[in-house]
Design a protein around this ligand. Structure first.
Ligand code: CUA
Length: 321
């Protein structure tokens, strides 16, 4: 790409090359058709203009070959865009299993980020090069949008839900981070940078900051402080479901439906437990809607994620009633 005339931003993540190739393909196809259609329009308008009031053009009865061509050629081109687009979409929405999770909370007007090891950052995110980073994105107030052009990721930060995005940085350096959703007077300033570091430099950076409490440890404390531990016991003798090993697993609900216990479901079950009750349990849990902040929620969920299945007994998923 010519650096003096960059058609696309710098490519600094694994998905960037394919996103750009697809974009340029679509741009090329639509651009070529736009030019061809306008050229034909102008040429035909001049060539077949009405030359006198008595002009009577001959009747035309269509052409099967022509109609098939203008149906099949665009169809094939669109099919390529669809299949290719779907492939890129799935790649960009399925983080690899070994990805490290960074939580992102948008707030007027800043980005609050936390590493899995507990380090917190504002408007800056340091990440190791070559490692998949999964972002769990939410907002404390209004809708924001987490946008890093060099990584080709843009995901809305929506209050009340978690959105996911992931990237694998391929080039050390510092890249712009923007808020891409108008969120109020300081929207234009709600940005920062993502710093991609060599893995060793990242480790040094992690060790250099003040000692941090990981979300898992913070979550464990909250789990006790909020008395979650009274009902959610590891031995299935509690009044609430056993949480050991529940993360990422399907759970049968009282309604007969099944839901995967991911971040979004756990979040809902903490804030509004009556919404989707696990089969075999009573809706007795109080709602924590006003009692926990976004950061505390993330910590609680990280703690639940860390809980392993106990050595014996206690099925994580209750049997059908
Ligand atoms: Cu936050 Cu715009």
């Amino acid at each position: 790409m010519n650096p003096a005339f960059p058609l696309v931003p710098e490519q600094a993540a694994s998905a960037a090359g394919e996103v750009d190739a697809l974009f340029l393909f679509i741009l090329g196809v639509t651009g070529a058709f736009a030019v061809a259609i306008w050229a034909a329009l102008i040429f035909l308008a001049v060539r077949y203009r009405r030359r006198s009031p008595a002009d009577r053009p001959p009747e035309i009865h269509g052409s099967i070959a022509l109609e098939l061509t203008w149906t099949i050629v665009p169809f094939l081109l669109m099919a390529v865009m669809f299949v290719w687009g779907a492939k890129v979409y799935f790649t960009m929405n399925r983080p690899p299993d070994d990805a490290m999770t960074v939580s992102v909370v948008g707030k007027r007007w800043m980005w609050k980020l936390q590493h899995p090891t507990g380090q917190r950052e504002i408007n800056e995110l340091h990440v190791p090069m070559g490692r998949a980073v999964r972002l769990v994105i939410t907002s404390e107030d209004t809708i924001h949008s987490f946008f890093v052009p060099a990584f080709r990721i843009k995901k809305d930060a929506v209050p009340g839900r978690y959105n996911m995005a992931w990237f694998r940085a391929t080039k050390a350096g510092s890249y712009h981070l923007f808020c891409a959703e108008y969120c109020g007077t300081e929207h234009a300033r709600m940005g920062g940078r993502v710093v991609v570091m060599e893995p060793e430099a990242y480790q040094t950076w992690l060790a250099g900051g003040p000692p941090a409490e990981s979300p898992v440890v913070a979550g464990e404390k909250l789990f006790t402080e909020l008395n979650c531990i009274t009902c959610h016991r590891p031995d299935s003798a509690g009044r609430g479901p056993v949480l050991q090993g529940i993360f990422g697993r399907p759970v049968r609900l009282a309604s007969g439906d099944t839901v995967v216990a991911d971040e979004s479901y756990l979040r809902e079950s903490i804030l509004n437990p009556a919404a989707r009750v696990v089969a075999g349990y009573q809706p007795v849990m109080p709602a924590y809607q006003t009692q926990v902040s976004e950061e505390q929620l993330i910590a609680l969920i990280a703690y639940i994620h860390s809980l392993q299945v106990p050595a014996e007994g206690a099925p994580a998923v209750p049997p059908a009633p």
